[in-house]
Design a protein around this ligand. Sequence first.
Ligand code: PLP
Length: 454
Amino acid sequence: NFSLKQLQTMDAAHHLHPFTDHKDLREAGTRIITRADGPFIYDSEGHELLDGMAGLWCVNVGYGRKELAEAAYRQMQELPYYNSFFRCTTATPVLLAQKLAQIAPEGISQVFYGSSGSESNDTALRLVRHYWALEGKPQKNIIISRHNAYHGSTVAGTSLGGMSAMHDQLGGAVPNIVHVMMPYAFELAMPGESDHEFGIRAAKAVEDAILEAGPDNVAAFIGEPIMGAGGVKIPPESYWPEVQRICRQYDVLLMLDEVITGYGRTGAWFASQSMGIQPDTITTAKALTSGYQPLSALLVGDRIAARLVESGGEFYHGYTYSGHPVACAVALANLEIIEREGLIERVRDDTGPYFRQVLTERLAGHGIVGQVRTFGLMGAIEIVKDRQTRERFPGDGAAAVVVRDHAIAGGMMMRATGDTMILSPPLIWTRETIDMAADRILRALDLAEADLRK
Ligand code: PLP
């Protein structure tokens, strides 16, 4: 057993962390999470934290599920690994594919596996371009995405994504990807513009990009139904139906990235079902296994899958761990828990509406809160200096970091992204957990306001 200090020293010496300022990390010292149970995580000092982020938007069934450990153990003993290349497969990826076809939106019945959301988006990008090549239209290869989108950290994921800081460090993006405005009314709606009007205008940006490139050159549009890492940006209701209509009009494929919104978070298996969107591909990962194993599944619509099969010839793409038998066994057990415990219905009918009610009633009127928005069990709290004008505190997101640090010190794990605090808790949260979270967030907001207005 190593002490906290020893682990921190080794961490500083050898471990480069994702999305981390290492100078800052060295100064602050790494927190070591040692165990977790239900909705709580615990660090090496014994602090208990309510996990408002379900890890990284993934631990939907909560921590400490022995069933999932047992599913992995059983599969590892029986057959730890075999691939699904050269006309082989193991059984669990097949069973999982069948299950996914059953819960996927209509018109989607095929699955391509990877180990992460990023890999899955790489697959999606290559697959839609391959589709159009098979259709005899190889020039139809431009993908339209949105500013501030997050689609992963691989070169393709970063290129599809719209985060400027990531692009700046990329040193050469995948070509033929263009970015249009995001449907973020809080900052981008014009004075007097209704949410509905703004949603139509944001969708029109997609049409403008299609027309500028020429519809014969545009393969697909990609978007998160609700932008997650970009700040839980919930589009106006008018947005997705209009984007869908535009894609159909110009024969542009619709790719949804449901890496965060998939598997219950919005009160349906997929946000496309909550929002009535009919995509051609759905990228999923994270909560597919509730994070207990790395696994992603690209759900592929029948139009693309049929062309792939009918055309014959190899799709030169795949990963060693595509359809990993252990990860798929865990996913099957995880989906079974979600179903058996009625977690999706609970989010839809009970905890989702209660989450909105409590956050709105208790936090939306706070002195440094400009807006609270939720969808299912996703939430965002906009931190502002002036509630009327929506002016932000100086320092580009520094204020939200102050809130976050107070939240964590007070036992509430949540994330700051830009000037927005975000929440994406496990779906096992009850009304009591939501009340507890609201208490802790309120305290953090009070303490942060006192600091920020000093
Ligand atoms: N797409 C979205 C919407 C995500 O939120 C993420 C990760 O947060 C990814 C893709 C990338 O997934 P991964 O980190 O598993 O590669």
